[in-house]
Design a protein around this ligand. Structure first.
Ligand SMILES: CC(C)(COP(=O)(O)OP(=O)(O)OC[C@H]1O[C@@H](n2cnc3c(N)ncnc32)[C@H](O)[C@@H]1OP(=O)(O)O)[C@@H](O)C(=O)NCCC(=O)NCCS
Length: 255
């Protein structure tokens, strides 16, 4: 016996509901909420440079590249939600790097547990830049990160190139869990951040990436970033935007 019209309509309705439910579970970008903090710290550790994949270095990485931004600038933290409420990627930023540094030192650093992370004596010879990449091959990455955690001035201010913060005062970090990479999540996170910067009339944004991370350079290029058009390593590499030690600086003006 052929199914009745009402049975066909019922089956179609169920099918439609399934499709709608499924599509509502697709990854999407949303604002940060406190419940995302643990996931953000985890993602930052998982996606860290391979030289910082081991302890004790791995635990220090999010204390520098994720936690202070979330605490100081939750309004500039965007989350890639997997459609089930879980954070599977994030983008953090500071709209004004100089102000961020002041607040990092006065508000954030005092929250670090010094019994767990004792401040090292300052090492004046340390070159600001990509500490992990520079030290990673044969050095003590954890020690370099502790310098970066407690003495961040040069790594944030880049005072040898005063034009950088003048034209591009904001900076960012972005990371997505490996299984969620390559599906447009990064593009949407950056788009959300750029829209917020533009709404807040921030002139421009810069970032420092590992020179070894060639894929990220292609990604940022697609997002409208370009190499900072200045020789930063005294001509050593023959490239613009490359710092001593290998890190690469990329920039974008707000449109
Ligand atoms: C880099 C990262 C944020 C990119 O996010 P993503 O969701 O994977 O990228 P998307 O899918 O949004 O890609 C956007 C565009 O960039 C390109 N792209 C992204 N990653 C790329 C890669 N590794 N190599 C080449 N192109 C890449 C995509 O092809 C796409 O191009 P299209 O717009 O022409 O199609 C993400 O892969 C990641 O977290 N990687 C590990 C951590 C990391 O490297 N963070 C950055 C540190 S500086």
């Amino acid at each position: 016996m052929a199914p009745s019209n009402s049975k066909i309509a019922g089956a179609r309705l169920q099918q439609l509901q399934r499709v709608m439910e499924e599509s509502s579970r697709r990854p999407f970008i949303r604002a940060y909420g406190q419940a995302d903090l643990e996931a953000i710290m985890h993602i930052c550790r998982v996606t860290a440079h391979s030289a910082a994949a081991q302890e004790p270095a791995n635990t220090i990485v999010p204390l520098i590249f994720a936690l202070p931004y979330v605490i100081l600038h939750p309004e500039y933290t965007f989350v890639l939600d997997n459609g089930h409420g879980d954070c599977v990627g994030y983008c953090v930023a500071a709209p004004c790097s100089a102000t961020y540094l002041e607040r990092y030192k006065s508000e954030y650093l005092p929250t670090i547990d010094r019994s767990l992370y004792p401040p090292p004596p300052p090492c004046p010879g340390a070159i600001a830049g990509n500490e992990i990449e520079r030290i990673g091959k044969n050095g003590d990455v954890a020690a370099a990160l502790m310098q970066r955690l407690y003495y961040p001035d040069e790594s944030v201010l880049h005072s040898k190139w005063p034009g950088l913060l003048k034209d591009y005062p904001a900076h960012l970090h972005i990371d997505i869990l490996p299984e969620y990479q390559g599906h447009g999540g990064g593009k949407n996170l950056i788009a959300a951040l750029l829209a917020k910067l533009q709404a807040d009339s921030v002139r421009g944004i810069h970032l420092m990436k590992s020179g070894e991370n060639k894929g990220a350079e292609v990604f940022y290029g697609r997002m409208g970033f370009e190499r900072y058009p200045v020789i930063m390593d005294g001509g050593e590499s023959g490239e613009i935007g490359r710092k001593t030690g290998g890190g690469v600086c990329m920039v974008q003006k707000s449109s």
